[in-house]
Design a protein around this ligand. Structure first.
Ligand code: HEC
Length: 154
C-alpha cells in the first residue's frame, strides 16, 4: 500500500472510531441532572470524551506525545474511581439500570478502561507513534464496550 493511501485508510479508521466513541448527543442538558453525583460523573465523562478526541484529532496529528501521556493519565485516574460515582440508586437518563444488577461486570469494564489508558500512557512515553495509535484505539474500544452495555444514548 502506498504511504499516502495508508495514511488515508488510517484516517478513515480514526474517523469511524471517533464517530462511534464520540457521537455523544448529550444526554443531559445543563440544569437537568438527577443528582449532584450524576452531574459530577457526567463532567468527568465529558473530560474523558474531550481527552480521547484531542488525542486523535490534535495531539497525534501534532506529534505531541507528552499531551497524549497527560490525557491518558487523566482518563486512567477517572476510570479508577468511576464505580464510586455509581452508588446504588443514582439513576439517570444516561445510565442503564442493569449496571447495578451486574456491578461486578461494570467494575471490570471500568478496570479494562483504566488498564488501556495506562497502556496508552506507556506507549506515549515510548515515543513510538504507531504504538500510540494502537493503544489509543484500544482505549476507545474499552469506552465503547461499557457504553454498549450500560449507557443509554439519546
Ligand atoms: C465502566 C463503564 C464505562 C466506561 C469504561 C466508560 N463509560 Fe462513558 N459512560 C458510561 C455511563 C454509564 C454513562 C452515562 C452516565 C449518566 O448519564 O449517568 C456514560 C456517559 C458518557 C458520556 C456522556 C456524558 C453526558 O451525559 O454528556 C461521555 C461523553 C462518555 N461517557 C465518554 C466516555 C469515554 C471517552 C470513555 C473512555 C475513555 C468512557 N466514557 C468510558 C459508562 C462508561
Amino acid at each position: 500500500m502506498s504511504k499516502r493511501l495508508g495514511s488515508l485508510v488510517g484516517g478513515a479508521v480514526v474517523a469511524a472510531l471517533s464517530l462511534s466513541v464520540l457521537s455523544a448527543v448529550q444526554a443531559h442538558e445543563p440544569g437537568t441532572f438527577e443528582s449532584p453525583i450524576v452531574e459530577q460523573r457526567v463532567a468527568k465523562f465529558k473530560q474523558s470524551g474531550g481527552d480521547i478526541q484531542s488525542v486523535f484529532k490534535k495531539h497525534l496529528p501534532a506529534g505531541d506525545l507528552d499531551a497524549v501521556a497527560a490525557a491518558a493519565l487523566r482518563m486512567a485516574a477517572w476510570a479508577d474511581e468511576m464505580p464510586e460515582y455509581f452508588p446504588k440508586g443514582s439513576v439517570s437518563v444516561g445510565a442503564d439500570k442493569s449496571l447495578w444488577d451486574d456491578f461486578f461486570d461494570f467494575k471490570a469494564k471500568a478496570k479494562a478502561n483504566a488498564s488501556a489508558a495506562r497502556a496508552l500512557h506507556t506507549a506515549a512515553l515510548s515515543g513510538d507513534k504507531s504504538q500510540v495509535v494502537t493503544a489509543a484505539k484500544r482505549v476507545g474500544g474499552t469506552c465503547k464496550s461499557c457504553h454498549d452495555s450500560y449507557r443509554i444514548k439519546h
